[in-house]
Design a protein around this ligand. Structure first.
Ligand SMILES: NC(=O)c1ccc[n+]([C@@H]2O[C@H](COP(=O)([O-])OP(=O)(O)OC[C@H]3O[C@@H](n4cnc5c(N)ncnc54)[C@H](O)[C@@H]3O)[C@@H](O)[C@H]2O)c1
Length: 350
């Protein structure tokens, strides 16, 4: 079968990653070349053996290019994606796909008008940590789950490029929030959002949010906390999930455990003496009443992302990251900004 040929627009950190790592070794696709406005990035691409187009127009004019992957700063996704689609190319856009749901609706309308695929690179749907926690949730390992916490923490503030400029689509809600919110919705399935409360932080940056905390109440009495911090010199766990019969934790991207109650009836609590008091309620459990389990194994590969793109173009599959999901994620981020700005709980998301 003919390989789907993909040209990368923007050869920065992520464009290079697409052209060298993500596309590498995928039997269904090949990298046609790249274009970047920065000559130094073009030099680097050539050094790596990647064909470089002399201009964006030259890339669009290449009839052998099936797909354009747009990996530029966020504020020009709209313009570049629309120009690619109007040139008859299918488009994979980096996240966040746009700066607002209005922009995204315009992009979707153009893709329908031009009859081309238009999707976003929500690569973290294929992250191992997310799939492990989703499996624990889907398999009902902990009994009825009532709380899920998803966090990423760093300690270097926002990178000092376009990411700390509001007009360029900077800030952590758009940068990391989009990944974590998309994962949250994939885990929650059809459950509707009942309320959203969000706060933003501006510890290292006055213009853009450098962190946030969101509490989302879902149907079935599930509370989802999502948090990003960039001034955290001690990291909280990546994931924490509470069910009626046990808890699961992932301390980082790979490691964690499940602890389940094995004997509810056994009265084992030995009071804990604190410096100014005594507590039985908060006393740790003894080993006889709980059992520890390893995390389940999952088998996921990001190669399936571009495989799906190629198959969708060939009419053999439907796109995994749909327009409805893209709009839902974008509208959710807008609801977070609204909640933070007005210090209010948003109750009319759906
Ligand atoms: N999915 C992920 O895991 C992930 C990770 C990092 C970045 N991203 C996304 O990828 C995109 C790029 O981020 P990055 O970290 O590579 O940024 P970057 O600043 O490293 O690279 C952006 C590149 O785009 C080039 N560029 C700017 N305007 C251009 C234009 N008009 N035509 C062609 N090239 C142009 C710049 O010269 C630069 O080389 C952003 O949307 C970002 O959010 C996604």
């Amino acid at each position: 079968m003919k390989k789907t040929r993909i040209a990368v627009v923007g050869f920065g950190g992520m464009g290079k990653h697409h052209a060298t790592k993500i596309m590498d070794g995928n039997e269904m696709i090949e990298c046609a070349g790249t274009y970047d406005i920065d000559p130094a990035r073009m030099d680097l691409a050539r050094e790596l053996g990647i064909y470089t187009y002399p201009s964006f127009e030259a890339l669009l004019a290449d009839p052998t290019v099936d797909v354009c992957t747009v990996a530029t700063p966020n504020d020009i996704h709209l313009d570049l994606c629309v120009r690619c689609m109007r040139a008859g190319k299918h488009v994979v856009c980096e996240k966040p796909v746009a700066l607002s749901s209005e922009e995204l609706q315009e992009m979707i309308a153009v893709s329908k008008e031009c009859g081309v695929l238009f999707t976003v690179h929500q690569n973290r749907r294929w992250d191992e940590d997310f799939n492990i926690m989703k499996k624990i949730f889907d398999d009902n390992v902990l009994g009825r789950v009532f709380c899920i916490e998803s966090r990423v923490h760093g300690s270097r503030g926002i990178p000092g490029d376009w990411r700390n400029q509001k007009a360029r689509g900077g800030g952590m809600v758009l940068d990391w929030g989009i990944h974590l919110f998309d994962q949250m919705f994939m885990m929650m399935g059809d459950r509707k959002v009942k309320s959203i409360y969000c706060t933003l932080s501006y510890v290292t940056n006055e213009e853009c949010d450098d962190g946030f905390k969101v509490i989302v109440q879902f149907e079935d009495d599930i509370q989802f906390h999502v948090e990003v911090g960039t001034s955290n010199f001690i990291n909280m766990p990546r994931w924490y999930m509470l069910g009626e019969n046990g808890s699961a934790i992932m301390e980082d991207w790979h490691n964690g455990k499940i602890v389940k109650v094995s004997d509810w009836e056994k009265r084992d609590a030995v009071p804990v003496q604190t410096s100014a008091g005594l507590t039985k309620t908060m006393a740790p459990r003894t080993k006889e009443t709980i059992t520890e389990y390893p995390l389940p194994e999952v088998n996921v590969t990001l190669k399936d992302y571009y495989r799906n793109v190629a198959k969708t173009i060939n009419g053999e599959a439907t796109q995994l990251i749909t327009h409805e999901q893209m709009l839902r994620d974008m509208r959710f981020m807008e609801a977070c900004f609204y909640s933070a700005e007005h210090n209010c709980v948003v109750t009319d998301f759906e």
